[in-house]
Ligand binder design. Structure first.
Ligand code: C5P
Length: 297
């Protein structure tokens, strides 16, 4: 018997970042939107904990105990006094270290898969608490849809979304380390008064209405300058997508994936083709949002 869970990627449509806290984390007002690029995690009984991965970027995925899928299995097993003897297989389609919460997605998916495989019957609140221990973005991967995340980004309030949004994601060669991007944010903002992070009411209204034009006007990412500082070539990718008709372009989370909002599915295809031909990214993917959270297949 095995259990497979499908889990989406995310884009941050508004990532407002405050000053570094004493614990090194940053308070956020982080508006997450789940997008229809998916990993699948399959949990099957095994003699010992084991992680395998397939997909174009599989070689970059750590298969040891640091993998968030493995950590999720261990955390759930510990709470329920069982041994985490499970084979977790990750079919990876979300860009690795790309600012789209691919690792977090695998953590949330493994948790749901192990809960079903072991019949642990954990409540949604217990699953969310384990997710928050695993990482700031993991709770959102569990619930999907759209949500405002405050604190480290782990304290979620779901947001209603009134329509479908069409996106293009330009996948870069190589990843960016999230801690390195936050450290660059600290360097760039040193000596300045970093404002309290807040979610923009215009952005929340655009999501509620499903209004693409209004969403394009309200998108923003406070980590973008830091990601561009570490990877200046991303400016060329952003410019190529904008020239191809994107209504808005931004770095996804801590990058280096860049996100382009399109007016409709046809425009998204055109932008993706132009980005792929531009030589400014490794590949371009079309996806729609919102997408459901971690779900047993
Ligand atoms: O929570 P997570 O393990 O995903 O965070 C990875 C890193 O990103 C942290 O170690 C920290 O450097 C940075 N981070 C941050 N503030 C947040 C979330 C993440 O500084 N709110």
């Amino acid at each position: 018997m095995s259990v497979t869970v499908r889990v989406p990627a995310k884009v941050n449509v508004r990532l407002a970042v405050g000053a570094a806290r004493p614990d090194g984390f940053h308070d956020l007002a982080n508006v997450f939107l789940a997008v229809g690029l998916y990993d699948e995690v399959t949990a099957a009984p095994a003699d010992t904990l084991r992680v395998t991965c397939t997909g174009p970027d599989a070689a970059q995925v750590p298969l040891d105990a640091t993998n968030l899928a493995a950590r999720a299995a261990v955390a759930l097993a510990e709470r329920h006094g069982i041994s985490p003897d499970v084979h977790l297989h990750i079919a990876k389609d979300i860009p690795v270290a790309g600012g789209m919460a691919g690792g977090s997605a695998d953590g949330a998916a493994a948790l749901v898969a192990c809960d079903a495989l072991w019949s642990t019957g954990a409540s949604q609140d217990e699953l969310l608490a384990i997710c928050a221990e695993l990482g700031s973005d993991v709770p959102f991967s569990l619930i999907g849809g759209a949500a405002l995340g405050v604190g480290r980004g782990e304290q979620l309030t779901p947001i209603e979304v009134g329509g479908t949004f069409h996106w293009v994601f330009a996948v870069a060669d190589g990843g960016l380390s999230t801690p390195a991007v936050y450290a660059e944010f600290d360097r760039l903002t040193a000596g300045t008064q970093v404002p309290e992070p807040t979610a923009s009411p215009a952005l929340l209204a655009a999501l509620r209405k499903g209004d693409t034009t209004a969403l394009a006007d309200a998108l923003g990412n406070d980590l973008q300058a830091a990601a561009l500082s570490l990877r200046p070539s991303l400016a060329d990718t952003l410019a190529a997508g904008t020239a191809a008709g994107a209504l808005a372009a931004l770095v996804s989370g801590s990058g280096p994936t860049t996100a382009f909002l399109a007016a409709d599915a046809d425009a998204a295809r055109t932008i993706a083709d132009a980005l792929a031909a531009s030589g400014t990214c490794r590949s371009a993917r079309v996806a729609v949002s919102p997408a459901p959270g971690a779900t047993v297949c």
